[in-house]
Design a protein around this ligand. Structure first.
Ligand code: ADP
Ligand code: ASP
Ligand code: MG
Length: 841
């Protein structure tokens, strides 16, 4: 049977003089072509041990090709078989010709032809019967290992003529019996054969085909897919090896499948049980059965890369040195959830027994089981291919209960995957499950079922198959095995947007180093063009790239790109002032994209639209940040929120909310005419392109609406009483005419400032909002000693009068306009978002 002990008193074939054997297994990925054979021979030549057992897989892809041959023969396609066989022969002979002398290559080719003739006979028989038994399938599948190992053995001998190199037929040694749990090694028999085949004082290199073995009737069989790892471990036990090295194409067991998680990293050491758990849950790098014989004899297993032999790889031992609590994350694709549900099951013993009995009889392997303590339902995961069979088996087994209503349903949900985290250390710590499910939640992943064994070595969750990549990455990052990655799309690289990109470019390295935060701008869109990058746009050169490599804007495609399924966290940054872009927030938030913006349009649009955004974000669990819409980088919205959340009541907010107007009235003292000051401010980039956007007071009114809504008031823009500073006759004309005719207004403005000065007052454009919803924006005369009268340049100032801050108001003041501080406000929103998503900031 599978876990039958290779006997405690195993008589190891070992000689003290030559030291213990070391088994080195090279997988198919290390034996793809002649260059690979050379590389492997080089590694073998560099080994220091005197007794080396090499276990080889078939060349890459050969086992699959052989198994396909059997299927083709079953369909009667013998021509196809012949073509494939010829291709296999040509591939091997090409390697032989490249590596061996002509004579050796010819001899190898002749032996190969004999095998091909054998295979053709077998396949002919299959095509007549239109069915292949497992005997024939195993027989055919095992040829790949014979071909690769014979070739390598000859080549190795040729490389080192003085060395003792011997091909050892694994079929003469390893005897297995296939049972329900797979191939079970017949240890006494195998040990005896090993002792006969390998003398106690044998030394040098043994070249052994992996994967193949003999069954108890003496027929060739295999050890199951990826069984060469198992072969290595069996020979390790039989030879009493001191180490088993599994050479493959990655530098060890990685914390996740590198195909799914590019940031996966090599795990330095694992316990046998961790490795077993990872292997069982899909870490293809090592076959789960490999462990049993090695564990029994406490033989360390090392995983190393043929392509990077200098690296230490992963060591798998009984008690590894301390490492991360969660060592790795794996997934099993293509599973279906089977759910049996019914009130009639509660408290009735034997339901589970019948359920699993029925599945067992139908030959279905159950991958995961979960039952809530209410006993109202039991669910289990099975391979997708067996889902329909499972459903039929259960309907049959519970037909009476289904008819009588004790069981309400047998439901099968296809298209699922299992994601599991693995680590021995989880047993002694808390908060691991919390972090796992938080990561799922924040990445917008729905969890369908959960299982944690009492060993606490593994927590598994069943999720939708399409979420797998995203889930693996989110979980990997949540346990700090890889950086927290944010996929960022920036719309509007104008004044603020481009400064933000510069800030991101200069800080990205530090954020990655210090906080393991990977901010990836994967899309930049202007109003006409867009630039997309699969990984990340080089922020030092985005302008040229956008011009050269950009494409016409398609915001839908832009959105889809930024929202890439495989990246767990996605955020749109809108640095436009556009209402059309703002109108997309609700859809973005609903589809799982977070939004950060300095654009005031969304929050000051119709209340219904604003509410739609709030609902979308609540429904999808996404985040919406807009601190920079009021007072640029100043913490104004944050202050409103903090006050409210701590139970304070805001009675009044008043302040100067426009940096532009603050500047104009700071400078305007009656000396130079008002129109000159406006033109000068425009020239310095301190006003909107059309200064009327500032002078009209609408910008300030919008900010007031945003603050009002933050206070919980149902405020509309139309509710704000706004005093416009644009003369009525200049509101409709073009901008040039406006600038030309603005001096017509100078006399009136001059009189105002003069009047104020006489009374030791100043002019300030002030916004006011009270708790009952009264909102005004107007030019006011303030005493020279007033807080608002003494602000610098483009300062914003906001005064909060609340129940707590009533005698002495809370004041926030500082630069409230300008690209650098506004961009910094958006940047800090971005970091707040990352921190909320679990980054250690
Ligand atoms: P070999 O041919 O050497 O037996 P395999 O193809 O069977 O190699 O297994 C190695 C592959 O397993 C790697 O190339 C990698 O893509 C994949 N893999 C999946 N999960 C993991 C993991 N957790 N660690 C390392 N490799 C993994
Ligand atoms: N060649 C076999 C397979 O592909 C065994 C192995 O490579 O481990 O399944
Ligand atoms: Mg393998």
């Amino acid at each position: 049977m599978l876990n039958e002990a290779p006997a405690a008193a195993v008589r190891a074939v070992a000689s003290p003089a030559a030291g213990a054997w070391v088994v080195h297994k090279f997988g198919g990925s290390s034996l793809a072509d002649a260059a690979c054979f050379r590389r492997v021979a080089g590694i073998v030549a560099g080994l220091e041990e005197a007794r080396v057992a090499l276990v080889l897989s078939a060349c890459r892809g050969v086992t699959d090709a052989l198994i396909n041959l059997v299927s083709a023969a079953e369909r009667g396609n013998l021509d196809g078989c012949r073509t494939s066989l010829a291709r296999l022969q040509a591939r091997h002979e090409a390697i032989a010709t490249e590596l061996l002398g002509a004579a050796e290559a010819r001899a190898y080719g002749e032996a190969f032809s004999a095998d091909v003739a054998d295979l053709e006979r077998l396949l002919q028989a299959v095509s007549l019967l239109r069915a292949a038994g497992s005997d024939i399938r195993d027989r055919v599948a095992g040829f790949g290992e014979l071909w690769s190992s014979r070739l390598f053995s000859v080549y190795l001998q040729a490389c080192a003529p003085g060395q003792r190199v011997r091909w050892l037929d694994a079929r003469d040694v390893v005897v297995v019996e296939w049972g329900p749990l797979g191939p079970g090694v017949q240890w006494p028999d195998s040990r005896e054969r090993a002792a006969r085949s390998v003398a106690a004082d044998d030394a040098g290199v043994l070249v052994i085909p992996g994967f193949v073995a003999t069954d108890t009737r003496g027929l060739q069989t295999t050890l199951g897919r990826n069984g060469s790892d198992f072969s290595a471990s069996i020979f390790g036990a039989l030879l009493g090896a001191r180490e088993i090295v599994i050479w493959t194409d990655v530098s060890g067991v990685l914390s996740a499948d590198p195909g799914q998680v590019p940031d996966a990293r090599v795990i330095a050491s694992l316990s046998y049980s961790e490795a077993m758990e990872l292997a069982y849950f899909g870490a293809k790098v090592i076959h789960p059965q490999t462990m049993a014989p090695a564990v029994e004899q406490d033989i360390p297993i090392r995983i190393r890369s043929t392509f990077a032999p200098a690296e230490a790889g992963t060591t798998i031992v009984a008690s590894p040195e301390a490492g991360e609590l969660v060592k790795g994350i794996t997934s099993i694709r293509d599973v279906a959830l089977v759910n049996l549900e019914g009130a009639g099951m509660i408290g009735v013993p034997g339901t589970a027994h019948r359920l699993f009995g029925a599945l067992h009889e139908a030959g279905i392997s159950v991958i995961l089981i979960s039952q809530g303590s209410s006993e109202h339902s039991i669910c289990c995961a099975v391979p997708s291919g067996q889902a329909a069979l499972a459903e039929r088996a259960l309907r049959r087994a519970f037909s009476a209960e289904l008819r009588d209503g004790q069981i309400q349903s047998v439901a099968v949900t296809g298209g699922c995957s299992i994601v599991a985290i693995v680590g021995d250390g989880m047993a002694q710590s808390h908060g691991i499950a919390g972090k796992l499910f938080q990561a799922f939640g924040q990445a917008g992943i729905n969890v369908r079922a959960i299982a944690q064994g009492a060993s606490q070595r593994n927590i598994s969750a069943v999720i939708d198959d399409r979420d797998v990549s995203k889930a693996l990455r989110a979980v990997h990052a949540a346990f700090y095995l890889s950086p927290h990655t944010l996929s960022i799309g920036l719309v509007g690289p104008g004044t603020i947007g481009s400064v933000l990109l510069d800030q991101l470019a200069s800080q990205a390295g530090r954020l990655r180093r210090e906080f393991n935060l990977d901010l990836r701008v994967r899309g930049i869109a202007t109003s006409r063009r867009m630039l997309l990058a699969e990984q990340a746009i080089d922020l030092d050169r985005w302008r040229e790239a956008l011009e050269r490599g950009g494409e016409p804007l398609d915001l839908d495609r832009f959105t889809a790109h930024v929202a890439a399924e495989h990246l767990p966290h996605r955020v749109m940054i809108d640095c436009t002032a556009d209402a059309g872009v703002a109108a997309r927030y609700a859809a973005w938030l609903r589809s799982g994209l977070h939004v950060a913006t300095p654009n005031k349009k969304a929050n000051s649009a119709a209340l219904a639209d604003f509410r739609r955004i709030q609902e979308a974000k609540r429904a999808a669990g996404t985040q919406y940040f807009y601190e920079a819409t009021v007072g640029a980088g100043l913490p104004i919205i944050l202050t409103v929120r903090d006050l409210r959340e701590t139970g304070d009541r805001i009675r009044q907010i008043e302040g100067i909310l426009s940096g532009t107007l603050a500047y104009l009235f700071n400078v305007f003292d009656g000396g130079a005419p008002f129109s000159e000051i406006v033109k000068d401010a425009k020239a310095r980039g301190l006003t909107e392109p059309d200064p009327r956007d500032d002078l009209s007071g609408m910008d300030v009114a919008r900010k007031l609406v945003i603050l009002g809504r933050e206070m919980g008031l149902p405020l509309e823009l139309a509710d704000v009483k706004v005093e416009s500073l644009v003369p009525p006759q200049l509101r409709e004309c073009g901008i040039d005419e406006f600038l030309e005719r603005l001096p017509e207004h100078d006399a009136a403005m001059g009189a105002l400032v003069e009047g104020a000065r006489r009374d030791r007052q100043v002019l300030r454009y002030v916004a006011r909002l009270t708790a009952d919803g009264r909102a005004t924006v107007a030019l006011e005369r303030l005493d020279a000693g007033h807080a608002f009268a003494n602000i610098a340049l483009t300062d914003n100032v906001v005064r909060f009068v609340t129940d707590r801050y009533c005698d002495n108001a809370l004041v926030v003041q500082g630069p409230g306009a300008g690209p650098a501080v506004t961009a910094a406000g958006v940047f800090s929103d971005l970091l707040r978002l990352a921190s909320g998503l679990g980054a250690r900031i």
